[in-house]
Design a protein around this ligand. Structure first.
Ligand SMILES: [Zn+2]
Length: 138
């Protein structure tokens, strides 16, 4: 099957964008443009739109480098305190280190990690960790 872009002769790679097949290059362009567009419309004082988080999730799954242990699928649902910055954004997520090896269910260990997302570089880096507080999501 050919790429959905009329003037493109490349074969579609099985990557669907809004239900239509594209080659890798055009799929990447469409996704990057949509992501940057939605990011630029993100008001500093608000949390990102569901569409922006959905695009972010796709980049995490398919494209980007994650420097650290991050459960990609959970970021979209569990990320909080999103803060827009010049090159992307940062967010926090509650983690449960050792949750599956801890034999005492009453002493669940929680920490909050802050991650930085660089859209230009296509990478996500762990910035720091802090103790979990009762005002943070579980
Ligand atoms: Zn194409």
């Amino acid at each position: 099957m050919k790429c959905f872009v009329t003037e493109c002769e490349s074969t579609a790679q099985g990557l669907l964008w809004q239900g239509k097949p594209y080659c890798n290059q055009h799929y990447n362009e469409l996704m990057s443009n949509a992501f940057e567009e939605e990011w630029s419309q993100w008001d500093d004082d608000t949390q990102p739109s569901p569409w922006l988080l959905s695009l972010f999730g796709r980049f995490l799954e398919e494209k980007w480098t994650v420097n650290g242990l991050l459960s990609k699928a959970r970021v979209r649902d569990r990320g909080f305190n999103f803060i827009k910055n010049d090159t992307g954004f940062a967010f926090e997520i509650t983690r449960h280190p050792g949750a599956f090896t801890n034999s005492n269910p009453y002493s669940v260990n929680r920490i909050v990690q802050m991650w930085n997302v660089s859209m230009q570089e296509g990478r996500v880096d762990l910035l720091n960790e802090r103790p979990w507080t009762t005002s943070d999501p579980e």
